[in-house]
Design a protein. Structure first.
Lengths: 298, 286, 265
């Protein structure tokens, strides 16, 4: 069931919400036994009993092939979709509670795949202002947030440009800045790099790592392994369920299993395991090029 | 028979402040039977170059010769050129428009004004070439298919023109690893079975290294490197510097070499890397 | 094919005209258009022409840009001129067969051509000196008082912004689809009107599908960024009337008063 467009009884100020964040909630996102199907009558569950907890400040990568249900999960967290069964809590707020809708969307900002279809305004800085304008923030405060966000993503010199003149990577950085201006604690990104070239992908990943260091919780949905290895935690979803969950090292050592899910594995891990099979004495959970090289050169 | 580009220069927006030299002094030849890869990042001129091949754009200077026809010299031959050089754009699924898959694939042959039985034959052949069961797929609406399937239908639509050369611009963009591997497999079969000369355009070495037998690297509108995948691979560092994707194996090999490991740099696969590393490690331990 | 299109083209330089409040500029342009239709003498048009020339001079927009705005409607001006020339009854000056040229016809045709030319040049000056987004802000602010009569001022402005944002994207997309279909042997350039219209199907169907997909995704992205209509919404940029606006308004009032005076005489 899709959220009804505009919710009439939820005009709360964002300031209230700011103080709510003052006491730390350790699990910023809590997913409890969530099931979801797109059609009422069908028995086809896009998500089939998922439970997941995301800690504040954590950088989590969710990977899975197309149709594994990973994008559905993102939309559920942002309350664009509501679970068929189970509950999702964002900063303690139930996503099916209509009165909390805007607070949830503010708390967990979302970046989508197609950079062209999420920028609203004809000028970069106007676009970043869009979120806080919707929240009814004071004009001077919006200005400040917009400038801060532009500086954080390194796009300040481009603030007067029209978005269609920017590269894909730059557009996605603007989309991220738009979420920063909402003062979201958590950023959920649904395959933000799928339509980018290698340098655009690098730009986006560098920006995300920087934001994570500054304390933002990042939930990155992707199918690129080289991006997932840069996260603190990797969750693999297949056929609507969680199959593997752990640090990149813990997850990627299961090469054969991951390949069965139709996903790639980091070549460095594969190489390391091949070498182990040949009797070389190195660990099987290497995910970093430098780590492997260091071990081999000893 | 070949596609020949002779001293090509292409300038955008000549006479305005936005003037850009997209291609500068490009000369290449793609011979029949080739499997060529063109790599370069966004804005390197690769998309412009392939549009010159089938006469969608005209070079500012120089000429393109497709199977002895100089492109653009005789307007009447332009449709012949477009039929000879089949061009599959990035995200080609967005060009589908007919009610059924079969009708959409028939669009090209219909424009060639072929007899109906020839059209039907080609539609069937092309759909089978990209791995479909013709009878199952022919009446489906293209808009009900999955992303990867739509893309294969779009490719079949170009194949139905029976091109001698098939140019694919980022054919796997946006597909997941399984979809990507599947499509590359199909392209490989095309090259082998249907005897089509294939030109693959990409921004990543990783995708095309295992398929093609020659690579051209475009950078800022010029040919920056040219050679076999192995030769190009051995310069992984340089590829990275000009904003291109380099597979991890190349990174590992380069890093090892810089640390005094005696290892070949023209390694393409994990398997090869393993063999080479084992050789060296065993030598050291003896 | 679409590269020469100049809808609402903005010429970004710094000038006193650029800095005026968009609301002041919109009202002035509106009144300017009204003044054009009050005039009934060639000498007064000369005054208007001089006033407009002065405004263009102050705006630092090269005159050729303003004239370029006339190109797309040149045909309309010519047709209006000919219709007025041939259809106005009055004192016949000369006649070939059934074609009669009258004195009133020449006058009327001349007036219409001059009016249209000045009208387009005047409105071009507005769009050339005001960026689309500021123009939209101005329109929204001017329409706001009409909200109580049920006019959706905010929604109209938002629609305009989104349209402006997506015009370049859709143009690019049109060109891309066109090239893709041309690669499959499509012909968009020859044939009679009927077959040409039919040939557009392979272009229009994908374009519509893509536009709907974009609209859908954009709506979702806007909701995710807490968009809930114009209620309680603030704006980062505030429109402010400054000294320059008073000066410009003063000059304009003198101009309009002069036109009215000439009219009454």
């Amino acid at each position: 069931m899709l959220r009804t467009k505009i919710c009439p009884y939820s005009i709360r100020t964002v300031y209230e919400n700011k103080y709510m964040g003052a006491y730390m909630i350790e699990n910023i996102i809590k997913i409890e036994n969530v099931k979801y199907k797109y059609e009422k009558e069908s028995n086809d569950y896009a998500l089939n009993g998922i439970s997941l907890e995301i800690k504040q400040g954590e950088f989590t990568a969710i990977i899975g092939h197309n149709g594994s249900g990973k994008s559905t999960l993102a939309k559920l967290i942002n309350s664009i979709l509501l679970p068929t069964e189970g509950k999702i809590y964002v900063k303690g707020m139930d996503t099916s509670d209509d009165s909390k809708l805007w607070d949830i969307r503010q708390a967990a900002g979302m970046v989508f795949q197609n950079p062209d279809n999420q920028l609203v305004a004809t000028i970069v800085e106007e676009d970043i202002a869009f979120g806080p304008e919707n929240q009814g923030v004071e004009p001077s405060e919006i200005r400040k947030r917009v400038d801060d966000a532009l500086n954080t993503v390194g796009m300040y010199e481009y603030r007067k440009r029209p978005p269609h003149m920017l590269s894909g990577g730059q557009k996605q950085r603007i989309a991220i800045a738009g979420i920063l201006a909402l003062n979201s604690d958590c950023i959920v990104l649904d395959e933000p790099t799928a339509m980018l070239d290698p340098s655009g992908r690098r730009e986006v990943m560098d920006t995300l790592k920087k934001l994570n260091k500054a304390g933002k919780t990042i939930l990155l949905i992707t199918h690129y392994m080289d991006e997932a290895v840069q996260a603190d935690r990797v969750v693999i979803i297949d056929k609507g369920g969680i199959k593997l969950d752990g640090t990149p090292k813990e997850v990627f050592r299961n090469i054969d299993e991951i390949k069965k899910f139709g996903l790639d594995v980091p070549q460095v891990t594969e190489l390391a395991q091949e070498l182990v099979k040949e009797g070389i004495n190195i660990p099987t959970d290497i995910i970093d090029v430098k780590e492997l090289v260091d071990l081999l050169c000893q | 028979m070949s596609i020949k580009a002779e001293n090509i220069k292409y300038i955008y927006s000549e006479g305005t402040p936005f003037r850009t030299v997209a291609l500068d002094n490009i000369s290449i030849e793609v011979k029949e039977g080739d499997f060529l890869g063109i790599i370069g990042h966004t804005g390197s001129g690769k998309s412009t170059l392939i549009q010159l091949f089938n006469g969608l754009e005209k070079p500012t200077e120089g000429k393109i010769i497709v199977d002895e026809i100089t492109v653009g010299e005789d307007k009447k031959l332009l449709s012949k050129v477009r039929q000879t050089v089949g061009l599959v754009f990035q995200y080609p699924e967005y060009q589908l428009f007919e009610e059924t898959v079969a009708k959409d694939v028939a669009f090209g042959p219909m424009n060639l004004k072929l007899p109906q039985d020839e059209i039907d034959k080609r539609v069937r052949e092309s759909l089978e070439l990209v791995g479909f069961n013709f009878n199952k797929i022919k009446d489906a609406s293209p808009f009900d298919l999955s992303g990867g399937q739509k893309r294969r239908v779009a490719i079949a639509g170009v194949l139905a023109m029976k091109p001698n050369y098939l140019v694919l611009d980022e054919p796997t963009a946006g597909l997941d690893p399984a979809g990507r591997n599947d499509l590359f497999e199909k392209i490989k079969t095309l090259h082998k079975k249907a005897n089509v000369t294939v030109i693959l355009v990409s921004h990543s070495m990783e995708d095309i290294a295992k398929l093609v037998n020659r690579v051209i690297v475009l950078y800022k509108g010029k040919i920056h490197m040219e050679g076999t995948p192995k030769e190009i691979y051995s310069q992984a560092e340089e590829l990275r510097e000009i904003g291109l994707g380099v597979p991890q194996v190349a990174e590992i090999v380069n890093e090892l070499r810089s640390r005094g490991f005696n290892i070949r740099t023209d390694i393409l696969t994990v398997e090869e890397a393993k063999e080479e590393i084992l050789k060296e490690v065993r030598k050291r331990n003896v | 094919m679409f590269k020469n299109l100049t809808i609402g083209q903005h010429y970004p330089v710094e000038s006193p005209v650029h800095e005026l409040d968009p609301r002041v500029k919109i009202i002035m342009t509106f009144v300017f258009i009204i003044s054009l239709f009050l005039i009934e003498s060639f000498i007064t048009y000369l005054v208007v022409g001089l006033f407009l020339a002065l405004a263009i001079k102050v705006s630092k927009v090269p005159i050729k840009f303003v004239i370029k705005g006339l190109k797309p409607i040149l045909m309309i001006i010519v047709i209006t001129f000919i219709i007025n020339l041939l259809m106005t009854p009055g004192k016949i000056i000369f006649q070939i067969g059934f074609i009669k040229i009258t004195e009133e016809g020449i006058r009327q045709a001349g007036f219409m051509a001059i009016r249209l030319t000045l009208l387009i040049m005047g409105t071009s000056l507005l769009t050339l000196t005001t960026s689309p987004i500021i123009l939209t802000d101005g329109i929204e602010s001017l329409l706001n008082p009409f909200k109580r009569f049920g006019l959706p001022a905010h929604e109209l402005a938002m629609m305009m912004t989104i349209a402006l944002r997506f015009i370049p994207t859709l143009m690019e997309e049109t060109e891309k689809i066109m090239k893709a279909q041309k690669s499959r042997g499509a012909d968009f350039e020859s044939g009679n009107i009927m077959s040409r219209a039919k040939n557009l199907v392979p272009l229009l169907v994908p374009l519509f599908i893509s536009a709907f997909r974009r609209a859908d995704e954009l709506a979702m992205a806007m909701e995710a960024r807490c968009y809930r209509g114009g209620e309680n919404r603030t704006r980062m940029r505030q429109l402010k009337i400054s000294k320059g606006d008073f000066v410009a308004s003063g000059i304009f009032i003198v101009y309009f008063a002069a036109i009215i005076m000439i009219k009454i005489w």
